[in-house]
Design a protein around this ligand. Structure first.
Ligand SMILES: Nc1ncnc2c1ncn2[C@@H]1O[C@H](COP(=O)(O)OP(=O)(O)OP(=O)(O)O)[C@@H](O)[C@H]1O
Length: 312
């Protein structure tokens, strides 16, 4: 549905995007993740044809963003970082205006308005003037204007920013619901949010894509070090010394003790070495091995290790 090939964007000497390529499939939810200034907004502004790239191409549903921007705009719903609202209009007037600007009228317009009012839960502020709305409601009206024309592709720049926890849950549910019929790209700083909602995460750092994986795949990306739990029926001090001597083991902690079992947590550069040495020690010393388990890294740990790697 979306293909980006070697996109670069330079603002003077600032390289906001550097050779960014990726694909987004139809009805996929893709989370764009990265620290401040990573290039997320720039990428979304290119895909929505608000700015043109310095180099490279992006194609949305067969339409090139630089050659056929109007065709792209027709099928995209966009919620920018700051919702594009007319402050002195009432919410009902504003959504009606956006719907008409998008070419809707009559029964079709009414049907779509009824749908966005329900989906974005703005019935309670429907007759309010936009400038009187709280940040959360402004965000929801921003979403309503992005969805009123039933776009096939929805691009949301930090859709949950400024929302309270209940509203955040509501927006996440809405994104999941929308993805039954639409392709969605959203940006966020919040890793938990991205992994809870997205089918795939594209992680950007200083204009470059440093990961493009499902949340499950990301967890499998091997960091430089692994955490391994080893539970033994063995004399604690002796077992500690043996584990400490295994090549690659940098740190050991006693993670728990129960009866004759001791649970160790080893930080190691090689899970395999720990396995080989522990099995040897168990055989030679008559210990009993109760557990040898690689602790799966959290997404946070993977995220941090990706950024550390990109630093080098
Ligand atoms: N109009 C502009 N003129 C000059 N530099 C810009 C402009 N827009 C963005 N930049 C620069 O491009 C880089 C990428 O910015 P961008 O806003 O795309 O990042 P972001 O990932 O969306 O950040 P944030 O999460 O803080 O919104 C930054 O260094 C930013 O300062």
């Amino acid at each position: 549905m979306i293909t980006s090939k070697n996109l670069s964007m330079h603002y003077g000497s600032t390289i906001a995007l550097d050779d960014v390529s990726f694909d987004v499939n139809e009805k996929e939810i893709v989370g764009l993740l990265g620290p401040n200034g990573a290039g997320k907004t720039t990428l979304m502004r290119i895909l929505t044809t608000f700015i043109y790239p310095t180099r490279g191409t992006a194609v949305v549903d067969g339409h090139d963003v630089t050659q056929d921007p109007l065709a792209v705009r027709k099928i995209i719903g966009y919620l920018p970082e700051t919702p594009p609202l007319y402050m002195d209009m009432r919410v009902d007037e504003f959504i009606d205006f956006v719907g008409r600007s998008r070419g809707l009228s009559g029964h079709e317009l009414k049907k779509r308005i009824d749908w966005v009012v329900e989906a974005t839960k703005i019935a309670g502020v429907w007759k309010h003037v936009v400038c009187e709305l709280s940040l959360g409601y402004r965000q929801r009206v921003g979403l309503a204007q992005a969805l009123v024309h039933d776009p096939r592709v929805v691009i949301l720049d930090e859709p949950t920013s400024g929302l309270d926890p209940m509203q955040i849950i509501g927006i996440r549910q809405l994104i999941k619901e929308l993805a039954k019929t639409k392709t969605i790209i959203f940006s966020t700083h919040i890793l938990q949010e991205a992994s809870a909602v997205a089918d795939r995460l594209i992680i950007i750092d200083r204009g470059k894509v440093i990961a493009n994986n499902t949340p499950a795949e990301l967890k499998k990306i091997k960091g430089k070090e692994s955490l391994v739990y080893v539970t033994l029926t063995a004399p604690k001090n002796e077992a500690f010394v043996v584990l400490r001597s295994i090549p690659g083991v940098r740190d050991i902690k006693v993670a728990g003790e129960s009866g004759s079992h001791v649970r160790f947590l080893c930080t190691t550069s090689s899970f395999d070495e720990v396995g080989i040495f522990v099995n040897q020690a168990v055989k030679q010393r008559g210990w009993v091995l109760k557990e040898l388990a690689l602790q799966e890294p959290s997404l946070e740990e993977v995220f941090l290790s990706l950024f550390k790697t990109a630093d080098k």
